[in-house]
Design a protein around this ligand. Structure first.
Ligand SMILES: Cc1ncc(COP(=O)(O)O)c(C=O)c1O
Length: 376
């Protein structure tokens, strides 16, 4: 009975695509814990206070049944005020949020245009929707516009939906949001912006890169809480009618146990820390600037302008081998291979977080330079 799976695993091994679970170790150049909140005393102390006040550790049911708790409401209200959204809904993960939004809001007869590099969770949501789906060249706003024009020219009357990430998780580059908002306005389209890697880091007070447009009727945002916010879950920001529709129709929201109230409490307090203690975000941004300039000194160029630095390797095996050597040297840097990224673009994904100091980052870049030179 298991032969089929064993042979599929062998095939992954032969193609250098086998994944195994590895414990973390070494300096953190791979997590999304950008502000080092996940293991911070500041957030842990607040969670202890919440537990002492009796905030439950489990929700005990769906939000539509007995699982709906005051803490969910408090988080959604406070977060909507912080991000400037008309209303927010809290989901148990960014994966569930993307699945819910994309499988529920676009209707049959609509067109979903997604950037070629959007996250797997967006793909899964789109696949579950009844709208037509088309991929658009990465970060090419003109291509989005051309695709809408072509679709309209073919006689379609439905609604276009543009789907992007504000900061791409595997490439570290940013979407041309201003141009996309303009296209969405001109073509009566909705724009869905996954802010997963920008929330807490970029935009005024860490509100994300789409913060200037958050709250508009045609903008939907997804702010994940398991990255810079150091916790778990995702807040979807949208017009209150769309949130009401999600509550009534989004299967990942309806048919799942609600996130634990203590988790909602944790996210609410993480947002407070980000707002009240901007020094974390400012320190990370300084670190990002300094690392890029060091990167340019060593390699002649910098692979991005953000806290996510993809070092393109191409070959899967070589990427895995380089990652192994870096881990052995004490630097936790993972190889990212297809199908997570397109074929022949295996890479080392380096992330910058407050878990690592400037000296360690310098040492890591020297080690990387030596390894890349040897590998030539
Ligand atoms: C862009 C993007 N969206 C969504 C997700 C999913 O979020 P979560 O990990 O909270 O399920 C991720 C996680 O890696 C991501 O990078």
């Amino acid at each position: 009975m298991i032969d089929l799976y064993a042979s599929k695993i062998r095939s992954l091994t032969v193609r250098d695509r086998l994944r195994i679970l590895e414990r973390t170790g070494g300096a953190d150049f791979s997590s999304n814990d950008y502000l080092a909140l996940s293991n911070s005393k500041a957030l842990a102390d607040l969670v202890v206070q919440g537990l002492e006040q009796g905030v439950p550790v489990g929700a005990s049911g769906s939000r539509l049944l007995r699982g709906h708790h005051e803490e969910h409401e408090l988080l959604e209200e406070e977060a909507a005020r912080f991000f400037g959204a008309a209303r927010m809904l809290y989901f148990g993960s960014g994966y569930a949020a993307n699945l819910a939004v994309l499988s529920t809001l676009p209707q049959a007869g609509d067109l979903i245009l997604h950037d070629a590099l959007v996250h797997a969770s967006a793909h899964d949501g789109m696949r579950a929707s009844r709208a037509e789906i088309r991929s658009v060249a990465h970060n090419d706003a003109d291509a989005f516009e051309a695709a809408i024009k072509q679709w309209r020219f073919a006689g379609h009357a439905g609604r276009p939906w543009l789907v992007v990430e504000s900061l791409y998780s595997m490439d570290g580059d940013c979407a041309p949001l201003e141009a996309l908002v303009d296209i969405a306005d001109r073509y009566q389209a909705f724009l869905i912006v996954d802010e997963a890697h920008a929330t807490g880091v970029y935009g005024s007070e860490g509100r994300g890169l789409a913060s200037a447009w958050e709250g508009r009727e045609n903008i939907i945002t997804i702010h994940t809480c398991g990255k810079a916010l150091g916790s778990l879950g995702a807040l979807v920001g949208a017009h209150s009618v769309l949130c009401e529709y999600l509550i009534n129709r989004a299967r990942p929201f309806i048919y799942a146990t609600a996130p634990p109230p203590i988790q909602a409490y944790t996210v609410r307090h993480a947002l407070r820390l980000i707002r009240e203690e901007p020094q974390r975000r400012l320190k990370l941004l300084e670190q990002v600037t300094a690392t890029h300039s060091l990167f340019r000194q060593k390699f002649g160029h910098s692979p991005s302008e953000t806290q996510i630095l993809p070092v393109m390797i191409g070959d899967d095996r070589r990427a895995v081998e380089l990652s192994r050597q870096l881990v052995e040297a004490g630097f936790d840097i993972r190889a990212i291979r297809p199908p997570t990224v397109p074929a022949r673009t295996a890479r080392l994904r380096i992330t910058l977080t407050l878990n690592v100091d400037a000296k360690t980052t310098g040492d890591m870049l020297s080690c990387l330079a030596d390894l890349l030179e040897k590998a030539i």
